[in-house]
Design a protein around this ligand. Sequence first.
Ligand SMILES: [Zn+2]
Length: 188
Amino acid sequence: MTEHRLTARRWQAIQQNDRQFDDVFWYGVTTTHIFCRPSCASRLPKKDHIQIFTSPQEAIAAGFRPCKRCAPTGHPVNNQLWVTEIDQVLSAHFKEPLSMTTLAAYVHGSTSYLRHTYKQVTGITPQQKLTELRLTEAARLLASTSQSVNWIAADAGLPNVPYFTTTFKTKFHATPRQYRKEHQHADR
Ligand SMILES: [Zn+2]
């Protein structure tokens, strides 16, 4: 198994984005399940989160997805696939205070490229999608729980209540309280 060890030399190659090691080894990041070439300019992962592979096929077989930025398989990563990946991250993290910078780091792209590509494929920005997910979750909680509006806003990832109420009204054409009144009985 020594060929899969993160040796000092490999760690140095990753830290220095050393091109000499491209096509020699690949590394996956266990927290994001994305894999890269050593030369990739994406944010340096924690040492403990790195898994070494000796081929891209091996990384894919282990459940890792190719990085959009360094395209470690030698083929460009399809935009549609990348958007699917972005959506997975959004769905898993929308309740957290997720900035576009953090999202971009998760999916290995720059914030501007992320915004541009996502909008090109879906017609909306990733920030809009994030708000959609939060409002949909808030609506579900309003109809299915008796938690306060403040609690629901915070739980759904929109802790600023006036902002939450305004965006909620724009989407559902009702205040959170009106929405609850109209939907709660139907579900019980
Ligand atoms: Zn990469």
